[in-house]
Design a protein around this ligand. Structure first.
Ligand code: PLP
Length: 321
């Protein structure tokens, strides 16, 4: 039985050769998987999980989505838009006070009709518990909440990337490309958990490497493994094991703080391939991509572009990048 799903994304997203980046980096064939082009708001990689999360929310009879993140959160904006399009209310929890200057993602969520609750907690790390507390308060008031952890990183949300893994392989088979290495930006880990479950479940042989941009790698790798196993169980696929999660520490100076190398990555992607990368996710993942290639990673290699358009444009217009 296939899990409930609503249509949000425009799929498949393109897989495109990066000839000019290849020449600049002097490598074998490089490709980009354009999940910045999933076509739902500016949700990027969050469109795929939200299809299954919204499907599950509706099936559970929910009337309000509860989500949380930092003010830069692409996921919060995407969740607010998704909730609006399926007729759910949406409460979003943010730490601290409203950002100054305004964040494009916060304003997008507001425009989508979400209720924005600032200052519920002090730090990002406290948000997942706060979501559960808020959901309990809503339940006590007679509402039917569907609570989500940061990034929507649940086994149900990960299903979107199980099928994305298969999508990439089908595109490569069609183009006669035998992908060796795939790099993706990892925040909450939902995207990587889905890709891992898809890789193992469908017997795909590329090496998947996640760039951890915000959380320490060991506890996050453990969570990714558990979520990928739970996701595989939902789909009755073979479960991933310990060796299937390859996660590298790419936090550098901190979440959203680009290093000199990350700035180079952003500029290379923009000027050679017309790709817009943000400082939170895309630029850090591109830095990992470049460093793996410099260390001899096998090609053809795929850079999985996860979006982040709102943050990238904000940084450009505010002169941060
Ligand atoms: C642009 C972008 N890339 C990558 C990620 C990381 O995805 P995940 O949280 O599923 O690890 C996010 C998460 O919000 C994101 O917004």
């Amino acid at each position: 039985m296939s899990p409930p799903r609503v249509d949000l994304a425009t799929l498949p997203t393109p897989l495109t050769r990066m000839h000019r980046l290849e020449a600049a980096l002097q490598t074998g064939p490089l490709y980009v998987k354009r999940d910045d082009l999933t076509g739902f708001g500016v949700a990027g990689n969050k469109a795929r999980p939200l299809e299954y999360l919204m499907g599950a929310a509706i099936e559970s009879g929910a009337d309000v989505l509860v989500a949380a993140g930092s003010p830069s959160s692409n996921f919060c904006a995407a969740a607010a838009l998704a909730a609006a399009t399926v007729g759910l209310d949406c409460d979003l929890l943010f730490p601290g006070t409203p950002p100054e200057p305004a964040s494009m993602n916060v304003e997008l969520a507001r425009a989508a009709g979400a209720r924005l609750l600032f200052g519920v907690v002090k730090t990002r790390e406290q948000l997942d518990d706060a979501v559960l507390d808020h959901a309990n308060a809503l339940r006590a008031a007679g509402r039917r909440p569907y609570p989500l952890p940061r990034g929507g990183a649940t086994p149900v949300g990960a299903i979107g990337y199980v099928y994305a893994a298969r999508e990439l392989t089908e595109q490569c088979d069609h183009a006669g490309v035998q992908v060796a290495t795939v790099v993706v930006a990892t925040g909450s880990g939902g995207t990587q958990a889905g890709l891992v479950a898809g890789q193992v479940g469908f017997g795909l042989r590329w090496q998947l490497v996640g760039a951890s941009v915000s959380r320490p790698t060991q506890p996050l790798a453990d969570q990714i493994l558990r979520k990928s196993q739970d996701c595989a169980a939902i789909l009755a696929l073979d479960p991933p094991g310990n060796g299937n999660v390859d996660l590298r520490d790419c936090r550098g100076a901190g979440f959203g703080l680009a290093t000199r190398d990350d700035h180079v990555s952003g500029r290379l992607a923009l000027r050679h391939e017309g790709l817009l990368l943000d400082d939170y996710y895309g630029a850090k993942a591109m830095t990992l991509f470049r460093s793996l290639l410099a260390d001899g990673a096998s090609t053809p290699a795929v850079f999985w572009h996860t979006g982040g358009v709102a943050a990238a444009l904000t940084a450009l217009t505010q002169g941060a990048s």
